[in-house]
Design a protein. Structure first.
Length: 280
């Protein structure tokens, strides 16, 4: 299980997570579960569309049900009952499932912080139970903070990725994220492996981007800078729309965009198979 996190919003974290899932499934035959913990619900609407998300939210079939149930004393929810099967509008993407997000997570996080009857960071772990055994990869899209909802995602994660634009503002929070995750892992008695940094929205012509990449490459606290830089692209930005683009090439763009995303997925497979023992 791998979390994606950056304290800076707008760095392409959600689009990168969605693309990784779709490429793992369509290009490499992997079974992937997406867990959308970000109350902005961007990953959910990208994979399901706004109409279907609205139906699920109204019916209480989102991740909010897990936290609401615990807070109201109704016990733990089995996440398997909330899974949306075969999400993505791309026909070739057949093995990506989703646990949908909700705007309700914002208020629920505040309520979790006020209760004293259970461990608030372990609710998701209880809910996913044996569900994760059905998948090769579980990708957890975390909100841009380190609150209790994010901590639920980190607590079940074997490792994490930091997607970032190569500029000062986007990379500023990498160090604090690393330190806080180390502290949390120590408190939980577990190990959350930092898999590395994924460069997004890269502009080769930008001197700032090139300079920041040099700094990242020299930064010994970063275990890996994935070698495939995902370029800034109108096509990749437009991929956030839920629509049948036909193929991944048409959705994310051919040429450099497709190549970078496919190579990133391939590098991700190799890295996790070496560094995370659970991966099959």
């Amino acid at each position: 299980m791998v979390a994606t996190i950056n304290l800076k919003g707008g760095v392409g974290k959600t689009t990168t997570t969605a693309a990784l899932a779709e490429f793992l499934a369509a290009e490499f035959g992997q079974r992937v579960l997406l867990i959308d913990l970000d109350p902005q619900t961007n990953l959910t609407t990208m994979m399901l569309g706004e109409r279907r998300w609205g139906e699920l939210d109204s019916a209480g079939q989102t991740l909010a049900a897990i936290f609401q149930s615990a807070l109201t004393g109704r016990g733990f929810v089995d996440a398997a009952t909330l899974v949306q099967r075969g999400v993505s509008a791309i026909p070739a993407v057949r093995t990506v499932d989703l646990l949908a997000s909700s705007l309700k997570l914002i208020a629920l996080q505040e309520e979790l912080g006020r209760q004293t009857h259970f461990e608030p960071t372990a609710l998701l772990a209880h809910a996913v139970g044996e569900l994760i055994a059905d998948y090769d990869y579980v990708l957890i899209d975390c909100p841009p903070n380190l609150g209790l909802i994010t901590q639920n995602g980190l607590r079940i994660a074997d490792g994490y990725l930091v997607p970032t634009i190569p500029d000062i503002m986007s990379t500023y929070g990498i160090g604090p994220v690393q330190e806080r995750i180390r502290q949390l892992a120590a408190a939980w008695g577990t190990d959350i492996v930092e898999l590395g940094v994924v460069v997004t929205k890269y502009r080769r012509a930008s001197s700032v981007h090139r300079s920041t990449l040099d700094d990242l490459n020299r930064n010994k606290s970063i275990p890996m800078l994935f070698p495939s830089y995902i370029p800034e692209s109108n096509q990749i930005a437009a991929a956030a729309e839920y629509a049948d683009f036909g193929t991944l090439r048409r959705k994310y763009g051919g040429g450099d965009q497709f190549t970078a995303l496919r190579e990133f997925a391939q590098d991700f497979l190799a890295t996790t198979r070496i560094r995370l023992a659970w991966t099959r």
